[in-house]
Design a protein around this ligand. Sequence first.
Ligand SMILES: NC(=O)c1ccc[n+]([C@@H]2O[C@H](COP(=O)([O-])OP(=O)(O)OC[C@H]3O[C@@H](n4cnc5c(N)ncnc54)[C@H](O)[C@@H]3O)[C@@H](O)[C@H]2O)c1
Ligand SMILES: O=P(O)(O)OC[C@H](O)CO
Length: 341
Amino acid sequence: MTQKVSVLVAGSWGTALASVLADNGKEVQLWSRNEEQVVEINEKHTNSRFLKEISLSPSIIATNSLQDAVQDADAIIMVVPSSGMREVASRMRPFLKKETLIIHATKGFETGTLKRMTEVLADELPEMDPKRFVVLSGPSHAEEVICKMPTTVVVAAEDLQAAEAAQDLLITQYFRVYTNPDVTGVEVGGALKNIIGLGAGLTDGLDFGDNAKAALVTRGLAEITRLGTAMGANPLTFAGLAGIGDLIATCTSRHSRNWRAGNKLAKGIPLDEVLQEMGMVVEGVKTTKAAYDLASRYEVTMPITNELHNVLFEGKSPQLAARDLMGRVRTHEMEELPMTR
Ligand SMILES: NC(=O)c1ccc[n+]([C@@H]2O[C@H](COP(=O)([O-])OP(=O)(O)OC[C@H]3O[C@@H](n4cnc5c(N)ncnc54)[C@H](O)[C@@H]3O)[C@@H](O)[C@H]2O)c1
Ligand SMILES: O=P(O)(O)OC[C@H](O)CO
């Protein structure tokens, strides 16, 4: 029997994942709260606001009804920005079957609570087994996936069967899906790489050069690993797709919203104007604040996050932030490894 999969919501990434599912022969519903967008997807098979000039499979059915999208679904992929995860999860709860597989592909923490997205899902969907919540992450820009360009991602769940079920739903010739049991690591890696993506956009915008960007990515990975490990992640996860893989994509791609936002900040455009101009979610901004607070909660040193926080929210100039990063007290590369003289 054909599996029914619903994707919530019809932003860039949700639409690209709906497309992968349709190519994989699934019966796909794509939920949006925007009526005009639903009509456009069903009648013209386009989603022009998010993915210009792309024709979608006519088999993707858009709907405005959350009940229709949720009630008969074998699997639901949640791709709402982190700011909307709790609201959408709570609204779908009355219609949800216990057996439905819940996957999320959102990269961020909840503002205020600092919770990971599977923790927010566990709060709002208490009838569901949290071990079966799956997170999908990795280097995957919607603009390339929608064109069927070769892409690899990782799905993580505590329950291997749930991760494999997600893998089965999505794996295609051009979309290769790996499994990983480390939910915390995959969620933390996916969220924190956006901070470094913003920093890479700033670095490139200030013409700091390739050495500086390589340093940012490498030392960024060090602080992601430090916080992630303190939160319970396996450090090896950060050497994988949800860590270094996604850092490379976000810090080097012209598609990256975080890189583009950082690049605009380097031109002196104020943050609120940058976000307005982007018109798409830039998760790294809220994640910088969350990571700054998490670093304090877990007593972890995160100098890049700290300086980016000062640039975004305290009015510090990026040039001064870079100077202060370079001028930090001297240290050795692997803090955990003892040095001998
Ligand atoms: N775009 C990508 O290539 C990509 C790739 C991997 C992961 N992601 C992650 O996916 C998530 C979504 O990103 P995106 O790029 O698709 O965003 P987007 O800006 O393209 O679209 C977001 C959509 O969510 C809708 N929305 C926001 N709040 C909502 C709410 N409370 N209820 C219902 N709808 C709501 C908006 O109207 C919009 O349609 C982010 O966490 C992002 O980091 C994006
Ligand atoms: O466009 P960005 O910077 O939000 O990144 C999108 C994806 O997370 C890349 O894997």
